[in-house]
Design a protein around this ligand. Structure first.
Ligand SMILES: C[S@@+](CC[C@H](N)C(=O)[O-])C[C@H]1O[C@@H](n2cnc3c(N)ncnc32)[C@H](O)[C@@H]1O
Length: 285
């Protein structure tokens, strides 16, 4: 079956891994330290899946907070950022799988929790339903989906005072809102409905928290650095595909100025969200 995977527009080298791990830490800061949202009871959790796991930092850290007999399966289309198997806890297994394709039968309906984080740049109105169907199919009755992500369409520039320049950060925010002419994040507000209609099982939305980054001063520098590094990678990826690309040239020029503005007190704000949905068994009436 053909994958409708979109290209991953970031690097997978050691610097990109440092960025993902740093972003993991910044994310925990932003949401008060949880790996699993407090609305998910951990007492009955036996199996967890992490989709698009990257460096596997989330499953590895989660394994340290749960009982060692809980199985955690992490999936990514690429193993490039995985640690060696010998360096991950025995209850964490790293798999290779394209999440735009159905998961092997042995994983379907087996998980108490399925976790998705920072997958948004890979999704568009054409592939979103296929992705959601594949990940929701992994859940067993009573299982929970936790999806933590950024909403790039909320990207905006702010500054510590009106005289602080934020011209370049504003350009970066515009690029983030629409990185490619065909990019669309209009589906994000409908994510709860998309999740609910993805399966014949009944999915209850437990929470759909919006985390307004502007409310959290201490993590601003962390996120600015993550955005800068991420967009350096994005520009390099665009240039690698098309050296003459306008987007790559504009991004490169803008990023140098963005670094200067951010150091002087300009800020790029992007809201994050955490959606938790539970598969519920409908009572016969
Ligand atoms: C922005 S990273 C997020 C990593 C991790 N979830 C985290 O929060 O640290 C997105 C990840 O999705 C992976 N990915 C890209 N396309 C994929 C696909 N079709 N199926 C599964 N994973 C994919 C990338 O390799 C990358 O590791």
């Amino acid at each position: 079956m053909a994958s409708s995977s979109s290209p991953y527009m970031f690097n997978r080298d050691h610097k990109a891994s440092v960025r993902l791990n740093y972003q993991h830490w910044a994310t925990k800061q932003l949401c008060g330290g949880y790996l699993l949202h407090p609305s998910i009871p951990t007492s009955n959790v036996r199996r967890v899946a992490d989709i698009g796991t990257g460096t596997a930092i989330w499953p590895v850290e989660l394994s340290q907070t749960l009982s060692p007999d809980i199985q955690i399966d992490a999936f990514d289309v690429s193993r490039a950022q995985y640690p060696p198997n010998e360096w991950v806890p025995g209850n964490v297994k790293l798999h290779t799988h394209d999440a735009f394709l159905p998961f092997p039968e042995k994983h379907v309906g087996r998980y108490d929790v399925v976790h998705v984080r920072f997958f948004v740049t890979l999704l568009n109105p054409e592939n979103i339903q296929r992705f959601i169907q594949n990940v929701v199919a992994l859940l067993r009755p009573d299982g929970y989906l936790q999806w933590f992500d950024a909403n790039p369409s909320t990207a905006k520039a702010t500054a510590i005072n009106p005289t602080t320049s934020k011209v370049a950060v504003e350009k970066l925010a515009a690029l983030m809102r629409k990185p490619r002419p065909d990019s669309s994040y209009e589906w994000i507000p409908s994510l709860p409905e998309l999740v609910q209609s993805s399966s014949s099982s009944h999915l209850n939305i437990i929470t759909n928290d919006v985390i307004d980054s502007s409310a959290f001063n201490p993590s601003r520098t962390l996120w600015n650095h993550c955005h800068l590094l991420g967009y350096e990678e994005f520009a390099a990826q665009v240039a690698a595909r098309d050296a003459k690309s306008d987007v790559a040239v504009r991004a490169h020029q803008t990023l140098a100025d963005v670094a200067i503005e951010m150091a002087a007190g300009a800020n790029l704000e992007v809201d994050k969200f955490c959606l938790v949905a539970k598969v519920t068994i409908e009572e016969d009436t």
